[in-house]
Write a protein that binds this ligand. Structure first.
Ligand code: ADP
Ligand code: MG
Length: 309
């Protein structure tokens, strides 16, 4: 890479609201995922950029079909992108060999699915479910049981330890699922609509468990959600639109003072939030003004009044 290019990249990264060049724990750069089925081609991710710093607990939102689950499958090591770059805790997800991929999935990431039934084995108790991932990485039996009990305790479901999934409520199952996902102390915890099938109160308990995984177990948490209760409680919410990250909302402590950000891509394109576009009547050509420390975007009134436009 030329020095100029490097400087440009550094400047671009410095402008991002929440990025430090390449040192994020999760770094997605121009990620593309195309699904081909017979004649049809679906572009699920269309050049997505995302940086998540170690220790963050952030929400990912977006309409159905916008590419959220596709992104999470890639980050979990289940799926491969068609192009672009994805790096998690120093692992290049496009370059992992089979054995490394397995190690990555067992040690580096934990996953919680929306469907409660998909997270737990029905014939094992909660404690046995949590101990299982540790067995795969050869943690001695006694240590497994001790850590499993401790995790269930931290996540508020110690009383469920000897019950099988069928004897647990949906919310309890999802909290046990968080314990399973954090059993091997992953750096990153991914959750795809984990509260989607739950009522509000159970959803809150599951989100509290995710937050504990973040604050007390040290996992960086990325949660896909439609639930405003969740997205309002995290500091950063990233919105995916058409397979790209579009806007970010940052909230101060206590949930107040939300600030909107949008992502500037490599070519200098940025997507304005829809409500801004409507509120200021922006369409077609817009007028730009260069101010000392910012750029102004104005509706093109001349253009609006031009009958030939
Ligand atoms: P979200 O989770 O945001 O609802 P997805 O990532 O599941 O979105 O899907 C993004 C797009 O990719 C959708 O148009 C979906 O139909 C398509 N898609 C997802 N998985 C597949 C697949 N295995 N084969 C073909 N198309 C898929
Ligand atoms: Mg999905």
């Amino acid at each position: 890479m030329s020095d100029l290019r490097r400087l440009e990249e550094r400047a671009r990264d410095a402008r991002r609201p929440h990025a430090g060049a390449d040192d994020g724990l999760v770094v997605c750069d121009n990620l593309v995922r195309v699904y081909r089925t017979d004649e049809v081609e679906v572009q699920a991710l269309q050049g997505l950029d995302l940086v998540v710093e170690e220790g963050e607990c952030m929400a990912l939102v977006g309409a159905s079909g916008s590419g959220k689950s596709t992104l999470l499958s890639i980050l979990s090591g289940l799926d491969l992108p068609t192009a672009g770059r994805a790096r998690v805790a120093g692992h290049d997800l496009l370059a992992l060999r089979r054995r490394e991929r397995l190690g990555y999935r067992r040690h580096t990431v934990g996953f919680v699915w929306q469907q409660t039934g998909r997270n737990l084995l029905p014939y094992l108790t909660a404690l046995e479910n949590v101990a299982l991932p540790m067995k795969y990485v050869r943690v001695p039996r006694r240590k497994r049981a001790a850590r499993a009990a401790e995790l269930l305790d931290v996540l508020g479901v110690a009383y469920c330890r000897d019950r099988r999934p069928a004897e647990l409520s949906g919310g309890e199952q999802q909290r046990v699922a968080v314990a399973v996902a954090t059993a091997n102390a992953p750096r990153v915890l991914l959750a795809d609509e984990p509260t989607g099938e739950l009522d509000t109160a159970s959803g809150e308990e599951v989100f509290a468990a995710l937050r504990r995984a973040n604050e007390e177990l040290g996992a960086t948490v990325l949660v896909v959600t439609h639930d405003p209760l969740v997205s309002e409680q995290v500091r950063r919410t990233v919105r995916i639109r058409d397979g790209r990250t579009s806007t970010e909302t940052l909230r101060g402590p206590g949930g107040g003072g939300a600030e909107e950000y949008t992502v500037l891509d490599r070519a200098g394109r940025l997507q304005l939030p829809r409500d801004h576009v409507e509120r200021y009547g922006l369409r077609g050509r817009v007028r730009l003004t260069a101010e000392p420390d910012h750029v102004g975007v104005w509706p093109d009134r001349a253009h609006d009044s031009d009958p030939s436009a």
